[in-house]
Design a protein around this ligand. Structure first.
Ligand SMILES: NC(=O)c1ccc[n+]([C@@H]2O[C@H](COP(=O)([O-])OP(=O)(O)OC[C@H]3O[C@@H](n4cnc5c(N)ncnc54)[C@H](O)[C@@H]3O)[C@@H](O)[C@H]2O)c1
Ligand SMILES: CC(=O)N[C@@H]1[C@@H](OP(=O)(O)OP(=O)(O)OC[C@H]2O[C@@H](n3ccc(=O)[nH]c3=O)[C@H](O)[C@@H]2O)O[C@H](CO)[C@@H](O)[C@@H]1O
Length: 417
């Protein structure tokens, strides 16, 4: 059994802390946000996902988890704080990782293990983390151990993937790797892949960059297909029957906490990363492309009102971080459109979210930006009466075109025009 201090009680740190607590360890969850700590102290989850509350209840019942604001002595420190993108410098902003490591320094003792789960640029463990932790006067690899164990669970299915995904474990030396592997084997059922810290840092970024570049390719294919008047979705489906082809889906752009950010962590120190940067640019330009297509549909309508269906960054979750919907809405407003929003998952956002009927009232066009399952099954005859014009533009190929055509909608889909 280890005593583990987990710094950062967010989407990643909290479920990780609870998995350790439910599997034989004593865990202290540390967060600088008082609201998070108070909510946990009251036995409640600060955010919702499948299975989280049960895991918290289990950890509390075992007396294996408590939350507080300041770090304390432990055998293991696990860092899961944000690593946002500094858009001005085009670099990872490591201020939270640095402050978390500084919080550990006064408590660091011989034999301790420090694990960074936050996504970090290559060599962060070997350079910045080492430099800060050695302020304790202890020496890395002699007195204390460090590893990077990147988190690769997908939002929406976090718990399952935390337990069943393979894990990459990269220590700054072999002992760090082994200590970390022993610890994670207490709850991980996937394989543990042991490597160096710099390789582990690189692997995490490569995975998300691969996805970003693949989506950029799909988005470019969609625009080419629009020029030729063919259906890119069908074309991708058939191309993917090839045993060595796997093209992802086009859409309104790439959102979320990771895929739109992590590729930049690879470019910050690279001599040549033009493909990665170009892919970022293509994905970031998709809201403009969607607006161009919507404008074509609305030609001739004066002062149009549009209704956005879905502002979550992807389907069936309430997460709006870095959602491409925000850029689309800003561009549409700049164009002079009145924008109303419906999202069955998102309850509060920087723009007001309306009930379905109110959101479509007086609207000239529905623009589907998120692939929520509800949109797949939707029959517009249940709510379209108050609309001024019957147009729908689908950026996710999610609506049932036959059903919408029956309701007399003019339907357009990205990559299908
Ligand atoms: N969310 C995901 O799906 C996901 C998946 C894989 C990897 N990651 C990576 O994991 C890391 C954490 O992401 P997240 O989504 O959990 O972030 P989050 O914003 O949900 O939570 C981070 C928490 O850390 C706290 N914090 C900040 N500085 C602190 C400090 N010095 N000490 C203690 N707490 C501190 C914040 O108050 C916040 O509650 C990031 O590097 C992210 O890129 C996230
Ligand atoms: C390599 C990988 O799998 N990494 C995952 C990823 O999780 P995520 O939720 O951020 O990832 P996605 O589901 O890819 O969504 C991102 C955006 O891309 C859009 N999209 C997606 C597929 C597609 O075909 N066409 C699209 O347009 C989608 O709508 C959304 O806006 O990063 C996490 C943190 O590092 C990882 O932990 C997690 O494993």
């Amino acid at each position: 059994m280890s005593k583990i201090c987990v710094l950062g009680q967010g989407y990643i740190g909290l479920p990780t802390a609870l998995l350790f607590a439910n599997n034989g360890h004593e865990v202290v969850g540390i967060d600088v946000n008082k609201r998070v700590v108070d909510t946990l102290k009251a036995g409640k989850m600060p955010f919702e996902e499948k299975g989280f509350q049960e895991l918290l209840d289990g950890a509390i019942a075992k007396n294996a988890f408590r939350a507080k604001s300041l770090a304390e002595e432990a055998n293991v420190y696990l860092v899961a704080v944000p690593t946002p993108f500094d858009s001005e410098m085009r670099m990872a902003d490591l201020k939270y990782v640095i402050s978390a490591c500084e919080m550990i320094v006064p408590h660091l003792r011989k034999g301790n293990l420090v694990i960074i789960e936050s996504t970090i640029p290559p060599q962060t463990c070997d350079k910045q983390v080492k430099q800060i932790l050695e302020k304790s006067t202890l020496k890395m690899c002699e007195d204390f151990y460090v590893s990077h164990c990147p988190e690769r669970a997908i939002p929406g299915n976090t718990l399952h993937e935390m337990v069943y995904n393979d894990r990459v474990i990269g220590g700054v030396d072999e002992k760090s790797t082994q200590l970390t592997a022993d610890l994670y084997s207490s709850f991980v059922k996937g394989n543990l892949h042991l490597t160096t810290s710099t390789t582990a840092e690189m692997i995490k970024l490569m995975e998300n960059t691969f996805r970003d570049v693949n989506i950029a390719l799909a988005n470019e294919f969609a625009q080419i297909a629009d020029d030729y008047g063919i259906d890119v979705w069908k074309a991708i489906e058939i191309a993917n029957k090839h045993p060595r082809v796997n093209i992802l889906k086009p859409g309104p752009g790439v959102g979320g906490h990771c895929i739109a950010i992590d590729p930049w962590f690879l470019t910050e120190n690279a001599n040549n990363s033009s493909l990665i940067m170009m892919s970022r640019q293509i994905n970031d330009s998709m809201p403009q492309y969607v607006l161009k297509m919507v404008k074509e549909m609305l030609a001739g309508i004066e002062d149009p009102t549009i209704t956005v269906f879905g502002v979550a960054y992807k389907g069936d979750i309430a997460d709006t971080r870095a959602t491409p919907a925000k850029k689309f809405i800003k561009l549409a407003e700049k164009e002079g459109y009145k924008v109303k929003i419906y999202d069955p998952f998102v309850k509060e956002w920087c723009y007001p979210i309306m009930g379905l009927e109110k959101a479509v009232e007086g609207s000239d066009c529905i623009v589907v930006l998120t692939d929520h399952s509800e949109f797949r099954e939707m029959d517009p005859r249940a709510f379209f009466e108050g609309m001024s014009n019957l147009n729908v533009f689908d950026t996710r190929d999610v609506i049932n075109i036959k059903v919408w055509n029956k309701a007399k909608f003019n339907v357009k889909t990205i990559g299908k025009n």
